[in-house]
Design a protein around this ligand. Sequence first.
Ligand SMILES: NC(=O)c1ccc[n+]([C@@H]2O[C@H](COP(=O)([O-])OP(=O)(O)OC[C@H]3O[C@@H](n4cnc5c(N)ncnc54)[C@H](O)[C@@H]3O)[C@@H](O)[C@H]2O)c1
Length: 351
Amino acid sequence: MTNNASALPSTATIRCGVIGVGRMGRHHARLCSQVEGADLVGVVDASEARRNDMVEQYGCGAFASVDALIAAGVDACVVATPTVTHRAVVEQLLAAGVHCLVEKPLAPDETEARAMADAAARGTAILQVGHVVRFDPVMVAIRNIPNLTPRFVEVDRVSPMTFRSVDVGVVLDMMIHDLDVLIMLMGSEPEEIHANAVSVLGEAEDVCNARLVFPAGLDGIRCTANVTASRLALKTERKMRIISEDAYVSADFGERRGTVVRKAVNAAQLADIRARFKSGEDLSGLNYLELVKVDALDVGQGEPLKLQLENFLNAVRTGSKPFVDAQAGFAAVRTAQRIVECARRAGARMI
Ligand SMILES: NC(=O)c1ccc[n+]([C@@H]2O[C@H](COP(=O)([O-])OP(=O)(O)OC[C@H]3O[C@@H](n4cnc5c(N)ncnc54)[C@H](O)[C@@H]3O)[C@@H](O)[C@H]2O)c1
């Protein structure tokens, strides 16, 4: 059946498929079978047992090849196969006019990511990349903070080794989540990168720290981000701290909470304190905590993966540009590759 790559009627049910129903894909299959306006036509997986498991759970079709799923008639597919296979699967779907939501990272390297972004630009079907952290209610709350102009960002994303996604290093596997949101927040890729990494289990890096310097904004000031990712930690932690002129934001994605600290004093009071400080007056009697206002980050509800799927389906229905398009996926992969190359130049022993 031919697929219609142009905008669909706003009430149209979107015929969906999921390619790769392993750890991530099974969640996508669940959501495609549950979300209003989506119909899970079928799944494709190299493993017959995994395909059959989805048939049992959702009563969907099961196909041994992407061609067979396309022939069954799908408008949109979620691609959750290993990263090294993304390009072949996505290009086949795009060529058939099927809209794609592909798991992060878009591709294992810049060259493949570029080719996929070019394929999307040539065709009419949408290519969205699954940078799901953008849809995390904690990230949504951060994006909603008015006048947030980051000067310094600190990010930690660490967890114990799961022995999954080892087809890529920790930068493409984990740090890429933070690279995408940093590029989104700053509006550009970093212009300067310093990085170091350690490989313990295989040849690809398992721990990496990168210092990223972003181009100056309209005010001429550059922002620096210090980003750490590890898949060799003893605990799981997802934290981000943002220091801006007007606010300090501390967010814990694991705990789904955060705080926003702002100045509680007005401009005249601040000018007075500055003048007294400059004159050498002893200010130790001032209570700092009375000078700042601490609010809880206004974190909403929702499963990030579901919010992402709804956003994708809306882009398919309306023909609008997806929130995380192929160009954004490419920018994250290019930045990841620059970090790995920088770490290698710094002496890290990797492939
Ligand atoms: N968004 C996130 O937070 C997140 C988390 C983990 C993984 N991921 C990404 O999801 C993707 C899949 O990772 P995973 O952990 O689910 O892997 P997985 O190994 O658990 O599952 C992959 C599935 O794809 C199947 N498969 C492999 N090659 C195939 C092919 N050519 N055609 C059809 N099926 C094929 C396998 O049989 C397997 O069932 C990766 O790109 C990974 O980076 C994203």
